[in-house]
Design a protein around this ligand. Structure first.
Ligand SMILES: Nc1ncnc2c1ncn2[C@@H]1O[C@H](COP(=O)(O)OP(=O)(O)OP(=O)(O)O)[C@@H](O)[C@H]1O
Length: 270
């Protein structure tokens, strides 16, 4: 499969801080990639580069074989905070990107009914069919995150970028949402890049788990998860190979952490 997203020798520096250096990744169209790494290694920076919100300092960010030169409209995004607009109902929140993302916004007025039907179908897929007219404050955190997933997918993006979308949820709700995401992805096969601290989440959802080094971040390991048959379910968690892979990734990330700053440790001990 051709890569939809490719970063070639990318570096990105903020004033005085090199966040990424020598970063390479290739994400085949229709695949699910997860990116894990130690805190501050540049995962969110990667999201900003791939969505075109930040240009690289050097190297190339290619999407669909073209170097990107601004925000992309083929992307859907979801973050740890669902960021639903409090004055809009669930349905209205899901429809929001169609009102702002080109070219959908030109069609929105003529095809409102069709788009509403699409939003309703998505809400059904995530189990929110009876909450379309509710406001965000009437929804639990998990329900808000389900709505945020629908909003990310309403314009049928070719690329879904997820930055810790389940990070703030309790373990049970989080695992429920993994299955919701797995079901939608299996059906629609949009290319997905998930940034997460949760190694089980990465292994459960992705085709390939990429491990980043400590800052300046680059990919130091890419682990294929093909041995875990899809659809994955609770049996996946008790597969010894799954737990071995979690331990392996944990060890890899531990080795990537920067050595402790001895001066601050000494200061903290005083
Ligand atoms: N706007 C900025 N200006 C200066 N430095 C920044 C800026 N944004 C991020 N950084 C630095 O770049 C590095 C990478 O940040 P980034 O937020 O991408 O990491 P992350 O892996 O997403 O972090 P976390 O795991 O804590 O969510 C960090 O050291 C951070 O302090």
């Amino acid at each position: 499969m051709n890569p939809l997203v490719e970063l070639i020798d990318v570096s990105l520096s903020y004033a005085g801080t090199t966040a990424l250096s020598g970063f390479r990744i290739s994400v085949p169209e229709g695949s699910f990639a997860a990116v894990v790494g130690p805190s501050g290694c540049g995962k969110s920076t990667l999201m900003k580069l791939v969505t075109g919100l930040l240009p690289p300092t050097s190297g190339a960010v290619l999407v669909d074989d073209k170097e990107i030169d601004g925000p992309l409209n083929i992307v859907g995004m979801a973050f740890q905070n669902p960021n639903l607009l409090p004055w809009r109902t669930t349905l209205e929140n899901v429809l929001l990107p169609l009102e702002v993302v080109r070219p959908a916004r030109y069609e929105f007025r003529q095809k409102r009914e069709e788009f509403t039907a699409r939003a309703t179908a998505l809400l059904k897929m995530v189990g929110l069919e009876n909450f379309a007219d509710h406001y965000p404050w009437q929804l639990s955190g998990g329900m808000q995150q389900r709505a945020s997933l629908c909003r990310a997918l309403i314009h049928r993006p070719r690329l879904l970028m997820l930055d810790e979308p389940f990070g703030a949820l309790d373990a049970f709700t989080r695992e429920e949402l993994w299955d919701v995401l797995q079901t939608i992805w299996t059906e629609q096969r949009f290319t997905t890049i998930l940034v997460t601290h949760d190694l089980r989440e990465a292994l459960y959802l992705a085709d390939t788990v990429h491990v980043m080094s400590a800052r300046p971040g680059r990919i130091v390991r890419s682990l294929d998860t093909v041995q875990f048959a899809r659809p994955r379910d609770e049996k996946t968690f008790i597969d010894p190979r799954f737990n071995e892979a979690v331990l392996e990734l944990r060890e890899e990330i531990r080795n990537q952490r920067s050595p402790p700053d001895m001066q601050s440790l000494t200061r903290a001990a005083e």
